[in-house]
Design a protein around this ligand. Structure first.
Ligand SMILES: Cc1cc2nc3c(=O)[nH]c(=O)nc-3n(C[C@H](O)[C@H](O)[C@H](O)COP(=O)(O)O)c2cc1C
Length: 148
C-alpha cells in the first residue's frame, strides 16, 4: 500500500470537498493518505519518494488558486529532478474557458519536466458537465488507487 499526500488547490471549496471524498476512497483501499489544504515545500518533500495527488481547480485565466500557487512556485524554483516521485492529477475546471483545467495541466507539465512519473491519466472534471465533481473523482480514484 502507498503513502499518498494529497495537495489541494481551491478557491470556492469544490476541490477541497472532492479531495476529502477521494481521501476516503483511497483510505478504504488501505493506502495511508494525508490531505494538505495549504501544503508547503517541507510537506511536499516528505513524499519525494512516495506518491502525490494534486487536486486543483483553475482560477482567473488558467491560473492556480492562491492556496497552492506558492507551493507550485517553490517546487518549480527550489526542486530539481524528482525522478522517484509518482503522482496523479485531478483538475477541476470549466470548459467555457479557453484555459480549461490550466492549473492541473501546469502541475503536470512541471512534474514531467522534473522527471516524475504520472500514474494513470490526468483527470479533467468539467463543471459544466459535473455539478458534483466528487462523483467522477471518486470513480477515477478507485481505479487509480489500484495502480499504485
Ligand atoms: C473567476 C473564475 C475564473 C475561472 N477560471 C477558469 C479557467 O481559467 N479555466 C477553467 O478551466 N476553469 C475556470 N474556472 C472554473 C473553476 O475552476 C471551477 O468552477 C471549479 O469547479 C472551482 O473549484 P473550487 O471551488 O475548488 O475553486 C473559473 C471560475 C471562476 C469563478
Amino acid at each position: 500500500m502507498a503513502q499518498i499526500g494529497i495537495f489541494v488547490g481551491t478557491v470556492y471549496g469544490n476541490a477541497l470537498l472532492t479531495a476529502e471524498e477521494v481521501e476516503s476512497v483511497l483510505t478504504e483501499q488501505g493506502h495511508q493518505v494525508t490531505l494538505f489544504e495549504d501544503g508547503n515545500l517541507e510537506q511536499w518533500q516528505v513524499y519525494a519518494e512516495r506518491v502525490i495527488l494534486i487536486i486543483t481547480s483553475t482560477t482567473g485565466q488558467g491560473g492556480l488558486p492562491g492556496n497552492i500557487l506558492p507551493l507550485f512556485q517553490q517546487v518549480k524554483d527550489k526542486l530539481g529532478h524528482q525522478s522517484a516521485l509518482r503522482y496523479g492529477v485531478i483538475a477541476l475546471g470549466d470548459s467555457s474557458y479557453d484555459t480549461f483545467c490550466g492549473a492541473g495541466h501546469a502541475f503536470d507539465v512541471l512534474l514531467q519536466e522534473q522527471g516524475a512519473t504520472l500514474v494513470g491519466d490526468l483527470l479533467e472534471i468539467d463543471a459544466m458537465k459535473y455539478p458534483k465533481p466528487e462523483i467522477p473523482a471518486c470513480r477515477w480514484a478507485a481505479q487509480w488507487g489500484v495502480l499504485l
